[in-house]
Design a protein around this ligand. Sequence first.
Ligand code: NAP
Length: 482
Amino acid sequence: MSTTNQNYVGDQWVDAKNGDTFATYNPARPSEEVATYPNSDRADARAAIEAAVEAAPEWARTPGPERGRILRETAAILADRKQELTELLTTEEGKTHAEAGGEVQRAIDIFYYYAEKPRDYLGDVKAASGARTNLYTRKEPLGTVGLITPWNYPIAIPAWKIAPALATGNTLVHKPATNAPGVAIAIFEALDEAGLPDGVANVVAGPGSKVGEEIITNDAIDAISFTGSSAVGERVYKDAAAAGKRVQTELGGKNPTIVSESADTGKAAEIVSTGAFGVTGQACTACSRAIVHTDVYDDFVSALVDEAAAIEVGPGDEYDMGPQVTESELKSTLEYIDRAKADGNTLAFGGERLEGGRYEDGYFVEPTVFSDVDPQDTIGQEEIFGPVVAVIEADGFEDAMSIANGVEYGLSASIVTEDHTEAEEFVREIESGVAKINEKTTGLELHVPFGGFGRSSSETWREQGDEGLEFYTIEKTIYDNF
Ligand code: NAP
């Protein structure tokens, strides 16, 4: 049964001023409507910004421990709703139950984590040169921030922006992605229930071209934290920076796993397969390139094909890999598959849309492996954002590193090796925000910094962990002479 959702603006749950709505549909069964949302425009975003600006002075003065108490309560409310939110995430975005449950738990953990930060996060005491001087620093909130997020982690990414923004005393306006806004709106229901003062956190659903544009250009917004594609994010960065805002953009990836001559090819294939096909390849950190030493190349391709063939695709909780989120994302993946064939890459496994039977008319595609990919081919260079991996042959470690670094992106990278020196060289030379040894490219714990190099990030600030708080604060130095 479809549910009806509203924006949360000031102290009220409201429809879009224009009365319009849009619907989301289950990607595993597209005829099934999941929910409707306000199809908001600039006027709704402006109302939310005004509410957030009005609430800012008082929230900034609210003691840190009290801000933390509300975040802790929010986490507890989300935890009580975990099962329901897991179902909603699966039906709206398509992740398997296991993946969706993991993501909801991560959002809960993020709220618990940042709930403890406002007790300790304020500033430092320094030794003054004067004998009768107190010298110290204070980290103060920026004011009102705009948060714009993608559909592929529709609750975790909003959580890792909202929680640190509130912990540090900012008010905010959030625009969730149009493809899957439901679980983000649930965060605001939890904040409301937890007793967050009116106007501190506001959410407005609607298109990026209207709601998003208003947020990034409105003079009253002090900072923008954006996660999404490089194409959109680079424009957001330019426009928001030109409007004088602090900006953080976390963007796309083309993540490699290097498979060394010393690697166990079975283990390497498992690592590449989970990195490439987990969450249907719809992760910014998904493994999109396996760069494999000549000596183990044939063994690796055969082991990877076995891994891909063992993946059971289907809806809900009984299968390993769900559908793509929308028809247009599926179409984009199928176009990349056609392009790879046209470029002469060898289709080693998959490559077809799955229809009928349990797939019905859902947006399912086979996990797909292309071998004999030239590093400069389209699927060796561009982010696909579907379950497709390009296997590229390398004739040694230096060649592998040069291929790994030979793209515009640099978000996450890994190497499978038994050679410690090679692993150390990899860490030193890889141009990537995350570097992993003997592990998949996806997955990062919530208490470590996350961000990319090159077109994967504006490289201005990192998210998550303690670093995630820095973006939302400005530091003051105080001389107190007595
Ligand atoms: P997207 O199309 O760039 O959209 C991201 C967000 O921006 C959505 O909320 C979108 O709204 C909004 N938006 C669109 N046009 C806008 C505009 N002109 N002004 C302001 N906001 C605008 O990305 P996506 O397809 O949702 O997400 C997939 C991408 O995100 C992939 O490239 C992936 O690699 C990247 N990603 C990066 C990270 C990271 O941490 N580096 C994490 C996850 C995903 P609508 O939904 O209404 O279009």
